[in-house]
Design a protein around this ligand. Sequence first.
Ligand SMILES: *[C@@H]1O[C@H](CO)[C@@H](O)[C@H](O)[C@H]1NC(C)=O
Ligand SMILES: *[C@@H]1O[C@H](CO)[C@@H](O)[C@H](O)[C@H]1NC(C)=O
Ligand SMILES: *[C@@H]1O[C@H](CO)[C@@H](O)[C@H](O)[C@H]1NC(C)=O
Ligand SMILES: *[C@@H]1O[C@H](CO)[C@@H](O)[C@H](O)[C@H]1NC(C)=O
Ligand SMILES: *[C@@H]1O[C@H](CO)[C@@H](O)[C@H](O)[C@H]1NC(C)=O
Length: 380
Amino acid sequence: MDWLMRPLRGSLNGYAQFLGFSKLLLWPFIYMYGAFVKVPVMQNAPLLPPAKGLESWPLVIFSHGLCGGRTAYSQYCSTLAASGRVILAIEHGDGTAPLSAKWLLEGNKMKISSEQLYLKEQEIDWETPEEVSKFQLRQDQLLFRRHEVYMVHSAFSSFVNGTVNLESIDGEKIPLDSWRTPDSSSSPSVNCTSNIALTGHSFGGATLLSLLSTHPPSEEYSALPISKMICLDPWLEPLASEDPTPVNNESTSPVSSLVINSEGFTLWDSHFERLQRILRGWNTTELLTLVRSQHIHFSDFKVLPLVRTAEATALQTMICNLSIAFLESQTGDPPPSQRTPDIHTRGMQIVHTGKTADYGDGKRTSKRRLDGVLGDVVVH
Ligand SMILES: *[C@@H]1O[C@H](CO)[C@@H](O)[C@H](O)[C@H]1NC(C)=O
Ligand SMILES: *[C@@H]1O[C@H](CO)[C@@H](O)[C@H](O)[C@H]1NC(C)=O
Ligand SMILES: *[C@@H]1O[C@H](CO)[C@@H](O)[C@H](O)[C@H]1NC(C)=O
Ligand SMILES: *[C@@H]1O[C@H](CO)[C@@H](O)[C@H](O)[C@H]1NC(C)=O
Ligand SMILES: *[C@@H]1O[C@H](CO)[C@@H](O)[C@H](O)[C@H]1NC(C)=O
């Protein structure tokens, strides 16, 4: 499966827009990654029958961060899928992905009907600029994303129960029958009605907190049966509410959560204090920080060919292992950091190095770092 979104010219325009780079300089990279980087999965593969002891596969929904997309977390999502879950990786059409293309069937060919490139805040003309708050665009995008999560769930449930058809965007045949429930007396292939997990990185983490702390954005949708949330290095600043708390709805079960932070976001004091304050109102199983990790380590961008490092690969494995341990845990089980082999947990200790370090966000520099080595996990 192609890692970069097609058409490549659209991807070029979107990345150039996000990075503020010249398209001419960027084109060789887009061309090379477009041609050679593939996600090692079988496209349009049939769904296996549920594993032994399961009636149907559990469902996970993933929401990407700024400049992400449905393939930008392919390592994380495919590792979760390989652990026995169906993952819906959303490509948000809110202008946060470099490129989000809508495809429509025309005759017997799929054609692009519209393209949304990455939206820059400074390029937006507001009707009433005086009423626009600092994070207005992000808050509008969060609302858009909440609609998308409900719509994705509803469309996918209808696909599984046979009331809606899907087309592949490349026009290839999908073995639909393996996904479909043969008749009303048999179990569905995927469990869309309970025990759903939501996961997301960065702005995707903000999306989860925003979704779970508000009622469905329209009366068309009913509350989602979510039982677990995994927030990967969530961005909090754009959230409309200072202290979002989960909406209590007697029709849904309480959501338990795992939060995994990068070192940079944990050493960003005002952010981390707010995160800890918010999580007091949530049923948080664990808040962890991976020593020496950066914000970008949660995505594919550091494990792509040519830029991949052993450190980035090790961190990805830890993020996946902790997430899977959490998804597999039952009520009363020890927290994920104690159920994951090969990780070393420790308390938080800040070391003053006297040197300036960049923790991956490009802006903040700090003379502090967490005590420990790569591979250590700080339990808060
Ligand atoms: C869906 O998941 C719930 C909770 O794990 C379980 O009780 C139910 O039996 C599952 N439904 C199917 C059809 O597998
Ligand atoms: C199929 O799923 C959709 C979405 O959850 C639901 O609205 C619809 O009633 C279901 N239809 C059947 C026949 O189960
Ligand atoms: C629970 O969710 C349903 C469906 O979204 C909504 O109609 C109902 O008002 C909610 N109940 C509470 C107590 O918020
Ligand atoms: C917290 O999550 C656990 C594990 O899923 C669940 O058993 C418990 O009821 C939840 N508690 C609250 C207060 O929501
Ligand atoms: C991740 O899990 C795999 C499979 O259980 C295990 O072999 C590996 O050592 C784990 N790695 C880390 C870093 O947790």
